[in-house]
Design a protein around this ligand. Structure first.
Ligand code: KDG
Ligand code: MG
Length: 408
């Protein structure tokens, strides 16, 4: 069996999805996602210029050897661009493998460990009352877990995760007015003074059962994160996400010494080498890698297995930038993983997105039910794809009030 062709498509409704389609000489094709948010043309170029020419003629069933060939063969290892490109190939090869076996992908991992996977939605508001309305919106839809982000009084500009839009599903991360980033101003003191009471007010309003998550988005120093986590203990958070920038794998030791708040980290990691110490020293509770950015199913499954040895559960990244293909790959891992925790989920299923990526996965009352179709359970309509092309866009950058560049 041979790979005969592979094509990359960039674009999508309000997004720049990078979609790979691999064709074989037996008519079976596979699909993968290489969407690296706001840098989408780069994995596409890596695929087109280096990887696809080497892929043609290989046996698609040897997904492990193909992964090793590209990873080791590049000599310069890791990095989000390369890992997203390898991730798309790997996802597509697992799609082909499962289609050849006439099985849904989760069967290739060891079958289902659960019927539905718990999801969390993003609630957001310019102020606390708007956030409360947004939380109610998701609770009414049956969500049992909600990430909560709101504006902080006196903060000079909007902050991460805060939408002023009435539409709960507005994707507020990428600004498509151009590639020059807007600037947000951040004030740690205001945030640390305001947020604990705000989170406690949410707990009081919604009661004990709601799973409340909060994302600090890498903004605090290790000592500040330790203090913040300690203050939040009475809230009973499901998780505190990215309290510090996690390149420093020792930073969370201080937080651990001062607090038992569950910590989730990893959406910016692209390999096991960025989280192996965090996992082995049990400094986190949830690992947040995404199948797309972290080298595909082959590599992410290794991370999940290592995490499982250390009581760490999954909480895969599911930001709006991930295409339904990445979400599908994660749905299959979520169905299987003995150490599944939760899945981030943003409502993507607009009619346009459904037309581009027809899917047989199902979301109901805050749970995701994996598809039983052979393969990933998501298709890609090339005719629909003709409607879209690359749109330049950017994340904001963050500065302190004196101009110092900070962590977005
Ligand atoms: O591209 C950046 C986003 O994926 C990120 O800001 C989203 O923090 C995020 C989250 O938790 O989904
Ligand atoms: Mg996050």
């Amino acid at each position: 069996m041979k790979i005969t062709d592979a094509k990359v498509f960039v674009g999508g409704p309000g997004k720049n999805y990078v979609t790979l389609k691999i064709q074989t000489d037996q008519g079976v094709y596979g699909l993968g996602d290489a969407t690296l948010n706001n840098r989408e043309t780069l994995p596409a170029a890596y695929l087109n210029d280096y990887l696809i020419p080497n892929l043609i003629g290989l046996d698609p069933r040897n997904s492990e050897d193909i992964w090793q060939f590209f990873y080791r063969g590049a000599y310069f290892r890791k990095g989000p661009i390369a890992m997203a490109a390898f991730g798309a190939i790997d996802m597509a090869l697992w799609d082909i493998k499962a289609k050849l076996a006439s099985m849904p992908l989760y069967q290739m991992f060891g079958g289902k460990s659960r019927e539905g996977a718990l999801l969390y939605a993003h609630a957001t508001g310019a102020d606390l009352e708007a956030l409360m309305d947004s939380i109610s919106h998701y609770v009414e839809q049956g969500y049992k877990a909600v990430r909560v982000q709101c504006g902080v009084p006196g903060m000079p500009t909007e902050s991460y995760g805060v939408s002023h839009a009435a539409d709960n599903n507005k994707h507020y991360i990428t600004d498509f007015s151009g590639i020059r980033p807007k600037v947000e101003i951040w004030d740690t003191d205001r945030y640390m003074r305001y947020m604990p009471d705000a989170l406690m007010a949410i707990r009081e309003r919604f009661g004990e059962q709601l799973k409340i998550l909060h994302d600090v988005h890498h903004r605090l120093l290790p000592r500040e994160a330790a203090e913040f986590a300690k203050t939040l203990e009475p809230v009973g958070l499901f998780w505190l996400e990215d309290p510090t920038p996690a390149e420093d794998q020792d930073a969370l030791r201080l937080l651990r010494q001062h607090s038992t708040v569950p910590v989730a980290i990893g959406e910016v990691f692209n390999s096991i080498w960025e989280c192996n110490k965090l996992i082995e020293h049990e400094l986190i509770d949830f690992i947040r890698v995404a199948v797309t950015y972290a080298g595909g199913i082959t590599h992410v499954k290794r991370i999940v297995d290592l995490a499982g040895l250390h009581h760490i559960r999954t909480g895969f990244h599911g930001a709006p930038s991930h295409s339904p293909l990445c979400m599908a790959a994660q749905a299959h891992l979520n169905a299987w993983a003995p150490n599944f925790g939760i899945q981030e989920y943003l409502v993507l299923d607009t009619p346009e997105c459904d037309a581009l990526f027809p899917s047989t996965h199902r979301v109901e009352s805050g749970m995701m039910y994996v598809s039983d179709e052979p393969g990933l359970g998501v298709d890609f309509d090339e005719n629909e794809a003709k409607k879209y092309s690359f749109k330049p866009g950017s994340h904001p950058v963050v500065r302190l009030e004196d101009g110092t560049l900070w962590n977005y």
